[in-house]
Design a protein around this ligand. Structure first.
Ligand code: PLP
Length: 418
């Protein structure tokens, strides 16, 4: 018997995938009478029992507001919430837990930086650089800031494979460049950008760097100090944690020099009717009662993936990516967009002239959950001359069998529309 290329992609993982799958109750669900095959992990991830139980136990046993209660449950809640700052700081190798600001997601974290750091430091004639593959969350805040300040937004072009053209980036840099806002891994192409080089080049012209790590945190080991970025953002829901949680990491001296974002309780030092002074970080940027249970769930999620091993997770997902890429390429009508050398486990594709929404709906009837549309990267798709793609994205609980099911289902789509 001939060996097909995809049979040669060997699974050498040390992860016990069967046991891991048991950690995720939603994977046991049936949809339309067939097992759910969840391949939409770049949009959001499923939640392990450790996260579900941590949030549920907190509600059942220690729920209280944080920071100002002198009674036991409030102190327990405060300790649990603040402990997550340390867990996150350790996970991304920040210098200090106070550099971790809780937000409701990557989007809010980027808006926070645009509204505070941006408002203070961006002036008429300044330039902000982003890449062609940014999520709308890392385009629109900068676009609006540039409009307000009469500054210019410049875009680093990419090649057909979906890799940044570094020579073109070099040409955009000058003493006018004040900020580079760059995605670490693209949610639409999967491309992992060469951040060390990008950041070193930005630092050469004295620019600040914000990294959108929404698609990196769950796949790639991180050390923000080694990267030398000034800001790093991510969302909890893409890293197995509750939605409505997220993180802004910033270098402490930069965060402390920024004006507040939202104002109100918790972020003040002293309020009089004449004047208010503001707390230092992290409190300065956490006005009002936060998503306490969400943050505590985020801590549990990070401990869960830390215990599995982020390198082991990355290696297994990379095997799935290779397997799926080789398999899907056997379908002649299927065109993968995003062929960078370094990728996270994301495959965007078109299938002849079949609309991605039709593909998504047909796959859904077979229990396969994928995303169909523009994935919040409309300017990127304009670069490729398409308006929408179908996207399959994998997590460490996915299997080769699920990819086989995707392959078979795509064959049926081709047959139906042929
Ligand atoms: N940046 C990237 C690369 C993303 O993939 C996403 C979400 O898909 C975001 C930012 C925005 O994340 P959220 O909607 O959780 O704030």
């Amino acid at each position: 018997m001939m060996t097909s290329p995809s049979d040669m992609v060997k699974d050498k993982t040390v992860l016990n995938i069967d046991s891991i799958r048991n950690d995720f109750p939603e994977l046991l669900r049936m949809v339309h009478g067939v097992p759910l095959r969840y391949l939409d992990n770049a949009a959001s991830t499923l939640k392990p029992k450790r996260v579900i139980n941590t949030v549920s136990d907190f509600y059942a046993q220690s729920y209280s507001n944080i920071h100002r209660g002198v009674y036991l449950t409030s102190q327990e809640a405060t300790q649990k919430y603040e402990n997550v700052r340390t867990i996150v700081a350790d996970f991304i190798s920040a210098a200090d837990p106070s550099e971790i600001i809780f937000t409701k997601g990557a989007t809010e974290a980027i808006n926070l930086v645009a509204a505070t750091w941006g408002d203070k430091h961006i002036n008429e004639g300044d330039e902000i650089i982003i890449t062609t593959m940014e999520h709308h969350a890392n385009i629109v805040p900068w676009q609006m800031l540039c409009e307000k300040k009469n500054a210019t937004l410049k875009i680093i072009p990419i090649d057909d494979n979906g890799e940044i053209i570094l020579e073109e980036y070099a040409k955009l840099l000058s003493e006018k460049t004040k900020l580079i806002a760059c995605v670490y891994a693209s949610n639409s192409l999967g491309t992992i950008n060469p951040l060390t080089t990008i950041i070193a080049m930005a630092k050469n012209v004295g620019a600040c760097v914000l990294v959108d790590g929404a698609q990196a945190i769950q796949h790639i080991p991180l050390n923000v100090q080694e990267l030398n970025c000034d800001f790093f953002v991510f969302s909890g829901h893409k890293v197995y944690a509750p939605s409505g949680t997220g993180v802004l990491y910033g270098k402490k001296e930069i965060l402390n020099s920024m004006p507040p974002y939202q104002t109100g309780g918790d972020m003040i030092r002293k309020v009089t009717f004449e004047k208010t002074t503001f707390a230092a970080v992290p409190a300065r940027f956490e006005a009002g009662t936060p998503n306490i249970e969400g943050a505590i769930g985020l801590g549990a999620a990070i401990e869960y993936i830390r215990d599995l091993g982020i390198e082991e997770i990355g290696a297994y997902e990379n095997m799935l990516l290779q397997y799926a890429t080789e398999k899907l390429q056997q379908i002649p009508e299927l065109n993968i967009i995003g062929k960078a050398h370094d990728k996270v486990a994301v495959i965007s594709f078109t299938l002849g002239s079949v609309h991605p929404h039709d593909i998504g709906s047909m796959l859904d009837r077979k229990g396969i959950a994928v995303r169909a549309g523009h994935h919040c990267t409309q300017p990127l798709w304009e670069r490729y001359g398409v308006t929408a793609t179908t996207r399959a994205s994998f997590a460490f609980y996915n299997t080769k069998e699920e990819i086989d099911a995707l392959f078979e289902a795509l064959h049926s789509v081709v047959k139906m529309f042929a």
